[in-house]
Design a protein around this ligand. Structure first.
Ligand SMILES: Cc1cc2nc3c(=O)[nH]c(=O)nc-3n(C[C@H](O)[C@H](O)[C@H](O)COP(=O)(O)OP(=O)(O)OC[C@H]3O[C@@H](n4cnc5c(N)ncnc54)[C@H](O)[C@@H]3O)c2cc1C
Length: 301
């Protein structure tokens, strides 16, 4: 369960306090505010605050005195134009602040996205909880034989049981030692900042993560992609749903041009033109390497 009853009561109390505002409000985002969306076995994503909406993107693009909205149709068209032509700064005018609880090995991938502001739970000051990510059996996959950075079929039977046993035993033993090392009751009394080095990478951490919409979409493009590791992808998928409710026009344009669209090299584009003229284009006469050709054919479906 991602939130304790006390934490849930705090969320409910925050949601019970509405205040009038002159600021832009996104009805879709209001329904998410403060609520924890469960991810993995102990993780979550919560929207803590946000700024702007679809109209704010148009307002910034038009450098307008008013709301920036000409008509709903115009706004959607403008947002699609901005997305299509990589005119990205109007998207930077919207911001979101998230509270994320995630395993440390996922946090290591996430933190590589440098264009955000982060404040992480301090394990120098506080004591980490005994909470570890243990994959569900269907995600206990074998190493892929075709992709060094990927997974193959799920382990089954004895192998799966043995791996789960190792993960649980190691995590609990490391945590028992962590507790013993920080214990002050006439025992070891090691500093928390040192004792934590013994903890495994599947322990959960938490942070506040604030990012603008342009950089958030870049993060989602990379991490909601099928090639991203499952454990970060599920967080990106949860955030995608939030963004779709927050800025529906921007998200639709993002889905169309970025998630569903493709970039082609000049060589690949030339191959498409030759194909349209009826030429028999093969990898050998395409000018592409085998890998490029495979990806090109995948793109064309
Ligand atoms: C599938 C996948 C596999 C990966 N594998 C590896 C791996 O094996 N090893 C590894 O180390 N990383 C790996 N990464 C991480 C990847 O290389 C990027 O670090 C990460 O995705 C963050 O992307 P970013 O730098 O574009 O994002 P951000 O840090 O958010 O930056 C956004 C953009 O801002 C600009 N920018 C930001 N900071 C700078 C800067 N200091 N100088 C110049 N421009 C800047 C760049 O244009 C950048 O694209 C992987 C990522 C993915 C999605």
């Amino acid at each position: 369960m991602p939130l304790t009853p006390d934490q849930q009561a705090e969320v409910d109390a925050q949601r019970a306090q509405a205040q009038p505002t002159l600021r832009a409000v996104s009805p879709g985002m209001e329904k998410h505010l403060y609520t924890a969306i469960p991810v993995l076995d102990h993780g979550f994503v919560r929207v803590i605050d946000y700024m702007g909406d679809d109209a704010a993107i148009c307002q910034a693009a038009r450098v307008s005195y008013g709301k920036g909205t000409k008509s709903v149709q115009n706004d959607e068209g403008l947002i699609r134009y901005l997305m299509r032509h990589w005119h990205s700064t109007p998207f930077e005018m919207c911001e979101v602040k998230l509270h994320v609880k995630l395993p440390v090995f996922v946090a290591r991938q996430w933190i590589r996205h440098r264009t955000a502001n982060v404040n992480e739970y301090s394990a120098r000051y506080s004591i980490l909880d005994r909470e570890f990510y243990i994959p569900a059996p269907e995600h206990l996959a074998a190493q892929s034989v075709v992709n060094n950075q990927g997974r193959g079929a799920a382990l089954e039977g004895e192998e799966a049981a043995r791996v789960l046993e190792i993960l649980k035993t190691d995590a609990n033993r490391a945590y028992d030692h962590y507790e013993a090392m920080i214990s002050q009751d006439g025992q070891l009394g090691l500093a928390r900042e040192l004792a934590r080095m013994n903890l495994p990478a599947n322990i959960y951490t938490q942070w506040y993560w604030k990012v603008d919409l342009h950089n958030l979409l870049h993060f989602l493009r990379l991490r909601a992609d099928a090639h991203a590791q499952y454990e970060i992808r599920v967080y990106a998928d949860a955030i995608c749903k939030v963004v779709a409710d927050w800025v529906p026009f921007a998200y639709k344009a993002f889905e169309d041009y970025r998630m569903g669209g493709a970039t082609m090299s000049a060589t690949a584009l030339d191959c498409v033109r030759r194909m349209l003229k009826g030429e028999d284009v093969t990898q050998e006469n395409s000018g592409m390497s085998k890998g490029e050709w495979r990806e090109f054919i995948d793109t064309l479906g």
